[in-house]
Design a protein around this ligand. Structure first.
Ligand code: SAM
Ligand code: SF4
Length: 329
């Protein structure tokens, strides 16, 4: 098992398949993009599958979420999903994506063994989309959402980040859009993980603010907290149900005590937390010929070094050196 000194067990592995992206969401990266990882540093498909196999068969990983950057840009994605589904025991396989290209890929991914998907959608207004993501791709995202739903990757979950002065007036409209299309919406508080280091706590739209705004138009009842488990979202029943909306208060309502996640970056580094300042290099060890047993030991040691919380409120908090797109969100 991947256990830390505070008794938490990591069973949810998030694997970044690329740090590249075809959008430039301003809470994530600057309009000009970033210096992408050089290709030789990125794990090959075989290396990804080997590490995922070690996680699933030797270390108790139960869910594998492929993310990035934009994972749909990874050419071998469908094959990676297929090989992951063939592992025994077979993990839950999920994807976090901006949806661009999903119109073509939703069915092949489902057939390869993908179980569920989260798609990011912060606005349904074309001009706001361009302002926020610096690309005119809203229609591609909407087509991707519809294709995921048609392919049966349900419930299709939608992730939205609200930014002050950009889309903070759109929470109610986004919820209505998701209710109309049977998508499950979750708002995520903006975290200090942008490459530009532009995050400020005063500008952040808090979970309380989101709830206040939604409550003007919808009747929200807190869901049974027993059902939450290690899920980061607090859920609310909308207008008597069965629809629900989630709020992930990563900053103001941290859920670190129940965290069951561990991350693998596209260049093969284990990170025990989004906000970790240290990484453990499995790629170098793997390419030097290290055995599965030794890689598993290194991975266990990395999780054993996990801190109790993200520390955003600590006076000495330092943003991690890698941005969200390079860590894998
Ligand atoms: N490109 C894919 C996407 O956008 O869904 C996957 C990677 S993205 C880094 C994963 C999730 O992280 C997205 O839902 C995105 O909205 C969220 N995200 C990125 N930067 C964030 C930040 N600074 N604070 C909160 N969420 C963030
Ligand atoms: Fe790309 Fe996702 Fe970052 Fe937006 S949040 S720039 S879609 S990686």
């Amino acid at each position: 098992m991947l256990i830390d000194p505070f008794g938490r067990v990591a069973t949810d592995l998030r694997v970044s398949l690329t740090d590249r992206c075809n959008l430039r969401c301003s809470y994530c990266m600057p309009p000009e993009g970033l210096d992408w990882l050089p290709r030789p540093e990125i794990l090959t498909d075989d290396e990804v599958v080997r590490l995922v196999r070690i996680g699933v068969t030797m270390l108790g990983i139960e869910e594998v979420r492929y993310t990035g950057g934009e994972p749909l840009l990874r050419r071998g994605l469908t094959e990676i999903v297929r090989r992951t589904a063939q592992l025994s025991p077979s993990p839950q396989i999920t994807l976090t994506s901006n949806g661009i290209g999903l119109a073509r890929l939703a069915e092949p991914l489902r057939d390869a063994g993908l179980d569920r998907i989260n798609i990011s959608l912060d606005t349904v207004r074309p001009d706001t989309f361009v302002r926020l993501a610096h690309r005119d791709r809203l229609n591609d995202v909407l087509a991707g959402l519809a294709a995921a739903h048609r392919a049966g990757l349900r419930p299709v979950k939608v992730n939205a980040v609200l930014m002050r002065g950009v889309n903070d007036d759109e929470g109610e409209q986004l919820l209505q859009f998701c209710l109309d299309h049977s998508y499950e919406l979750r708002f995520i508080e903006q975290m200090p993980l942008d490459a530009q280091h532009g995050w400020s706590r005063d500008d952040m739209i808090t979970a309380d603010e989101i709830l206040d705004r939604l409550s003007r138009s919808f009747d929200l009842t807190p869901d049974d907290p027993e059902k939450r488990g290690s899920a980061p979202a607090e859920t609310f029943i909308v207008n008597g149900g069965p629809e629900r909306v989630g709020i992930i208060g990563s900053v103001t309502r941290p859920f670190c005590g129940a965290c069951d996640r561990v991350r693998l970056t596209a260049d093969g580094q284990v990170r025990n937390c989004l906000f970790a300042r240290e990484e453990s290099d499995l790629r170098g060890a793997m390419r030097a010929g290290t055995s599965d047993d030794d890689l598993a030991d290194r991975w266990r040691a990395a999780v054993w070094a996990k801190k109790p919380g993200h520390g955003i409120d600590d006076p000495g908090f330092l943003q991690p050196t890698r941005p969200m797109s390079a860590i894998g969100g």
